[in-house]
Design a binder for this molecule. Structure first.
Ligand SMILES: Nc1nc2c(ncn2[C@@H]2O[C@H](COP(=O)(O)OP(=O)(O)OP(=O)(O)O)[C@@H](O)[C@H]2O)c(=O)[nH]1
Ligand SMILES: [Mg+2]
Length: 455
């Protein structure tokens, strides 16, 4: 199976220009890591992109529009470039263009070499045949960037992590996509205008004698929990607001539990749906399962300060010993950064699973808020209206569903307002859709809840 994700294909597409298809010609784990086999499979195939994956989480390679051959010469190619897609497991795209004076050394066609770029062997991954060691092929070539390709002041450490231990090598034939663009959305949103979605939330009343429903935002540090509240709050305020502190820090920026009310400037009333913002989960300094269950069961008051070294206990100030249905959580939103989906920390996943195990028996609804979609797809980054058309986003939605064992219909890709100064329908509608859906799930849960009449 191809290792190149849709997001990476989209990135390559924007660099190569036009819409392109990627047809896998050669794959080291399938075909063997051999220069001869590479040439057998890739010579005379037109433009190709070669992609290398190493053991320290770098994904890098080169593009050439000249067909590979085995004639022993250097070939000129003014369109060729080297690139990095990923550094140390995180998406850090970087294109390195060819230096005009050295265009004639773009690629080296040598029957005994794998795909080799540049007159200084800027990227010379391997020659002959390499046997696999445990989980990688140890490249016997070298990387001497900056001769033919402009590394913009960087060196092999930035480009490849200085590591030629390949877990995979793939070469794709690049062809132009003909015909019309596929604009069929992979998810159809109801034909609802912002006003209709807002009004459903503004007029909502929970069943029974409840005052409001509570939606818990649960996720890793920096996944975008507080920003999601700010996004929803901004939408109802009609302007960008930043009530919850958000940003990047080593540990969670949110240190107190907040039961945020959302006031609508249109209806002048607070919504009867609250967003509960927690401290972010992190390795080591974690809220453990019993802390999270205390939150879910409604034992914590608004503004409860988390102390990572003290577990939540009944004798702590503010702890509600006998929470009512009104206090408890009615829907859990697992907040997941879409760029972290492939390297999701095991410990945090285990915590999510443990919570799910506990709440499944109660029938508590769960969804995934997939944040930072702008960073997961270059096309979406430029144009949020492509969110439900982008195959890269469809891919991460599928992965997030699999990760948490939830149907795709419970996974909501959103972009939070973070650097915008004004509201934008293409950002607002996906966020509102997710919020309405969570409110509906919470309402379904309450209507089916045996404790409803007692409260
Ligand atoms: N590009 C982009 N950045 C985002 C998005 N959502 C959040 N961010 C950024 O991600 C960083 C972390 O966001 P927060 O909302 O503080 O995350 P959090 O989950 O509340 O983090 P802690 O409270 O520290 O656990 C901030 O710098 C935000 O601006 C998004 O959808 N797109
Ligand atoms: Mg926060």
């Amino acid at each position: 199976m191809s290792k190149l994700t849709q997001a990476y294909k989209d990135q390559l597409c924007t660099w190569i220009g036009g819409r392109t298809n990627f047809n896998l010609l050669y794959q080291a784990t399938r075909d063997g890591c051999s220069a001869q086999i590479f040439h057998q499979k890739c010579d005379n195939k037109g433009p190709t992109v070669s992609v290398f994956y190493n053991t320290t989480g770098y994904v890098f390679g080169g593009y050439t529009m000249v067909s590979w051959s085995s004639d022993g010469t250097w070939k000129s190619d003014d369109q060729a470039f080297l690139f990095r897609l990923q550094a140390a497991n995180s998406f850090q795209p970087q294109k390195y263009n060819i230096i005009t004076a050295n265009v004639r050394y773009a690629v080296h066609h040598n029957g005994n070499y794998g795909p080799t770029f540049g007159g200084g062997h800027d990227l010379h991954p391997f020659s002959s045949t390499i046997n696999k060691r445990s989980n990688y092929f140890l490249g016997n070539g070298s990387t001497n960037p900056n001769h033919t390709y402009n590394m913009q002041g960087n060196n092999a450490t930035n480009f490849t992590g200085n590591n030629l231990q390949f877990t995979e090598v793939e070469v794709y034939q690049v062809t132009e996509q003909t015909g019309c663009l596929d604009k069929t959305p992979w998810r159809k949103l109801p034909e609802m205008k912002q006003k209709v979605l807002k009004s459903e939330l503004e007029t909502y009343s929970p069943p029974g004698k409840l005052d409001h429903v509570n939606i818990l935002l649960l996720g890793a540090v920096g996944s975008g929990k507080s920003s999601y509240f700010n996004t929803i709050n901004s939408i109802f305020q009609g302007r960008i607001t930043s009530v919850a502190r958000s940003g990047s820090a080593e540990h969670s920026l949110t240190t107190t539990y907040r039961l945020y009310k959302i006031k609508s400037t249109d209806s002048r009333q607070p919504l009867k749906v609250r967003l509960c913002d927690t401290r972010g989960l992190e390795d080591g300094l974690n809220l453990d399962l019993s802390d999270l269950m205390a939150i879910i069961d409604g034992h914590l008051p608004d503004r409860f300060t988390f102390n990572p070294s003290v577990p939540i206990r009944p004798d702590l100030p503010g702890y509600k010993k006998n929470p009512t249905l009104n206090d408890r959580i009615h829907c859990i939103a697992f907040v997941v950064d879409s760029t972290a989906i492939d390297v999701f920390p095991d410990k945090i996943l285990q915590t999510f699973k443990a919570v799910q195990h506990r709440v499944n028996t109660q029938g508590l609804p769960q969804v995934v808020l997939l944040t930072k979609v702008d960073k997961a797809c270059e096309v979406v980054n430029k144009d949020m209206s492509q969110l439900f058309i982008s195959p890269a986003i469809r891919d991460v939605v599928e992965k997030a569903g699999e990760l948490l064992g939830l149907p795709r219909s419970h996974v909501y890709p959103v972009k939070n307002y973070e650097d915008e100064l004004v509201l934008d329908d293409n950002v607002t509608i996906p966020a509102l859709t997710s919020f309405v859906q969570m409110m509906r799930f919470a309402d379904d849960f309450l209507n089916d809840c045996p404790d409803l009449d007692e409260d």
